[in-house]
Design a protein around this ligand. Structure first.
Ligand SMILES: [Cu+2]
Length: 304
């Protein structure tokens, strides 16, 4: 057996702009922490082995997505359907009045004309948000971007391994405390959800993709800001045998999302924890859902 090398020390920035190469190896995925959401399938903890891979240091930005659309002529699903979900608190009163709400989560309004270029519907623009994560992109849209970029969506195991930053079983991607020394480490909700956001972290909606300190793998916003699509179909029933490069279930009805968003709040949904997870159907889009990509390490082989 070779001596284990600290994972953090082995991560290095790749030649490929904005990506970092992670060493792979074995890590413990999930959590058995009772303060999490057991029904989400956060546990049980299981050992996963991964080959080395490259991952974007940032979520795909509006500028990145614009380059893709310009080059390919791609039209997103929210544009084709003609509407998407927007946090009602961001809407002008007129739009708020006419936009239907979701019954269980009335802070979500279905807004006609909401799409990646107009995140709050008609009249809203990306001005000042070129470096914010693209939102209102479905899983299919994210997949199309990744293919164009010569990349892939991360498997859920890759995503969680990356988010953990080389540390075993911490609560957050930066450590154990939500605000160490009073510092905000992620773009989440402060105040009383969903009526009052005190903006202690500086942001109501999305923040720039490089906002907040990176984790120890130099990855930004693995918690908060926007949920990130993963490649895997959703399940809450995990294989506990040691798995190598698990791709998730072979089929399903929803795809995994990880990381939490600017709407996550301690009292209601603390899904900015590094083991937290949720799902959405592949055609779904919303104002707090984006993605980042991974790629293979060209020509490399994992030492066995
Ligand atoms: Cu949440």
């Amino acid at each position: 057996m070779p001596q284990p090398v600290p994972l953090v020390a082995r991560a290095r920035v790749s030649d490929r702009t904005g990506m970092v190469q992670l060493p792979g190896g074995t890590f413990r995925m999930g959590t058995d922490d009772s303060s999490g959401f057991a029904a989400d399938g956060e546990g049980p903890i299981r050992e996963v082995e991964l080959d080395p891979f490259l991952i974007d240091r940032f979520a795909v930005s509006n500028d990145d997505f614009a380059a893709f659309v310009e080059a390919s002529g791609y039209v997103t699903e929210a544009e084709r359907y003609g509407w998407s979900y927007v946090f009602a608190g961001f809407l002008a009163s007129e739009l708020r009045r006419i936009s239907p709400r979701l019954e269980a989560t009335p802070w979500w309004a279905g807004v006609e004309g909401a799409q990646w270029r107009s995140p709050e519907g008609p009249g809203s623009t990306l001005q000042g948000r070129a470096d914010h994560p693209v939102v209102h992109v479905s899983w299919d849209d994210a997949q199309a971007y990744a293919q164009w970029a010569g990349k892939r969506l991360p498997t859920e195991a890759q995503w969680e391994y990356a988010a953990r930053g080389g540390h075993e079983q911490r609560r957050y991607s930066w450590g154990e405390e939500l605000t160490p020394g009073g510092a905000h480490m992620a773009n989440i909700w402060q105040g009383r959800f969903p009526v009052k956001n005190t903006l202690d972290d500086g942001f109501a909606g999305t923040a720039p993709v490089d906002a907040f300190p990176p984790n120890d793998y130099r990855l930004h916003n693995m918690a908060g800001n926007v949920w990130e699509w993963c490649a895997d179909w959703w399940t809450t029933d995990h294989d506990t045998a040691v798995q190598q490069n698990p791709p998730g279930p072979s089929t399903g009805s929803a795809k995994v999302m990880r990381g939490g968003s600017y709407l996550c709040h301690e009292s209601y949904c603390n899904r900015y924890r590094v083991a937290a997870r949720t799902s959405n159907t592949i055609g779904s889009a919303g104002g707090n859902l984006g993605f980042r990509c991974v790629a293979d390490v060209f020509g490399s082989q994992r030492a066995t």
